[in-house]
Design a protein around this ligand. Structure first.
Ligand SMILES: C[C@H](NC(=O)[C@@H](N)CCCCN)C(=O)O
Length: 454
């Protein structure tokens, strides 16, 4: 009896581990909120600061530069293994908060009225406004922290839920992320109408990320307590150690290569599209900022419900490779319909929500089948870095395509070619999904089988 008592730790309490998910879920929601908070403000940024579509695309994509060119998500995973959850988490969430505050500062009256850094930012690259340059710096720092903090949160989920309701917890984690996006698309258009000025929308987002840092501090107290409890068992410490050979092993695994390329193309056709979607609806359907923001939010709201459901389906019945194919087909059909018809964007966004649930719900657990558990951190880090190549390139390309296919002073923007570009990405993704299913028959990872049969 004494022995059983000793073995009980904080993670054995259902209430405590779900409370931990709530805490880190808040951090994740704040992350996604800030990422999407400026998307409904594209036309406002054009009106206030003269942003072109290319400027806006550059602003969206600068998030990914640290993760692509400095391999920050991969390095962050290594730092995580060396320094542990608390120190790495605090460091990267702090980067996120600092970057968010710098972004808000770059749009503020204090800065514009010759505040700190304004003269310096005006002294180089005259083609870019000082506001854009400061906001780019802020989003760069935000991106540096944001991607690694997602990797840290994934590890936290494993730490608390391994051997318990792990897949479901991952589904709920994604639902928190989508809640952040949903709120951003609906709250930002309301906050720009505030008496205290349109920049309140950005300050609110930045303070939300700052609040996330405080919430993470609270989480750290529980994490410390749990570590003290399980110290003798040595959980997680040795299993996640990083070796360079882990990366080479991953790079020779065909299934991993296909799923990573699908991750790159699929997410490049979703996140950059989502960043432009409010402006797309505003221009194509002549809607208000609020209404177009609301339509954009139909995508995350659909995924909040569908992702845990499909996760449950994959756990119980398998068919992960097939679901990735179905999700890719839906993505292509929706983007082509957006490009060539005037069908209701409400319905199409809900259908797109199906695709954006089918692929993530089956993709992330599938990686766990094809990669050793001790390499899962490196695998996710590598996938994130490759994926960020697309999250960097395609918002810029979308902006360039928009600027070059529309007359300079056009009253409304024609998005046809931009949407064809996103559909093209979806088609390439579909090819990788088909290759992945074919390869699975050879490699025998069992992507089509239920979770517990592998
Ligand atoms: C889990 C996955 N997230 C990612 O892939 C991130 N690397 C990119 C997040 C960019 C927007 N915040 C997802 O959200 O499905």
């Amino acid at each position: 009896m004494t022995k059983t008592k000793l073995q009980k730790s904080l993670r054995d309490s259902v209430v405590t581990r779900w409370a931990m998910l709530l805490l880190v879920g808040f951090v994740l929601a704040a992350n996604y909120y800030f990422y999407d908070a400026l998307s409904p403000l594209k036309s406002t940024l054009t009106k206030e600061f003269g942003f072109t579509s290319t400027d806006f695309g550059t602003f969206v994509s600068v998030y990914s530069i640290p993760n692509v060119f400095f391999l920050m998500a991969v390095l962050g995973g290594i730092i995580l293994d060396k320094l542990g959850i608390r120190r790495t988490g605090f460091l990267f969430v702090a980067f996120m908060a600092f970057g968010a505050l710098v972004t808000a500062y770059g749009a503020s009256d204090i800065y514009i009225n010759d505040g700190f850094g304004y003269a310096f930012m005006s002294s180089f690259l005259p083609g870019y406004s000082p506001e854009l340059k400061m906001m780019l710096l802020g989003r760069f720092l935000f991106g540096l922290g944001a991607e690694t903090s997602i990797v840290v949160i994934s590890k936290i989920i494993v730490k608390w839920f391994k051997g318990k309701e792990l897949a479901f917890a991952f589904g709920v984690k994604l639902a928190f992320a989508r809640t952040g996006s949903f709120l951003a698309f609906n709250l930002s258009p309301v906050l720009i109408e505030s008496q205290s000025g349109w920049t309140l929308a950005i300050w609110f987002a930045a303070f939300l990320v700052l609040a996330a840092l405080l919430v993470f501090l609270i989480y750290m107290l529980f994490d410390l307590k749990l570590d003290k409890q399980v110290k003798q068992e040595g959980l997680l410490a040795s299993t996640d150690e990083f070796h360079i050979s882990d990366i080479t092993k991953l790079l020779t695994n065909r299934s991993f290569i296909y799923v990573t390329l699908l991750c790159l193309t699929f997410y490049s056709a979703v996140f950059p599209f989502l960043s432009f979607s409010s402006d797309f609806f505003l221009n194509k359907f002549n809607l208000s900022i609020k209404e177009s923001g609301f339509i954009s939010s139909m995508l995350p709201i659909g995924t909040m419900i569908f992702t845990p459901l499909f996760g449950f389906f994959v756990d119980k019945y398998g068919k992960a490779a097939s679901l990735m194919i179905y999700g890719s087909i839906i993505l292509v059909v929706v983007h082509l319909t957006f490009a060539f018809t005037n069908l209701s964007p409400y319905v199409l966004m809900v259908i797109l929500g199906l695709a954006f649930s089918l692929v993530p719900a089956s993709m992330w657990p599938s990686v766990a089948k094809m990669v050793d558990e001790k390499r899962i951190g490196s695998a996710y880090g590598l996938m994130f870095s490759v994926q960020n190549l697309g999250l960097w390139a395609f918002p810029i390309l979308a902006g360039v395509v928009l600027d070059s296919t529309n007359p300079t002073a056009a009253e409304t923007l024609d998005y046809t070619y931009t949407m064809i570009m996103f559909a093209g990405l979806g088609i390439i993704g579909l090819v990788f999904a088909l290759l992945l299913k074919r390869e699975d028959k050879v490699s025998g990872y069992g992507l089509e089988l239920p979770s517990n049969s592998k």
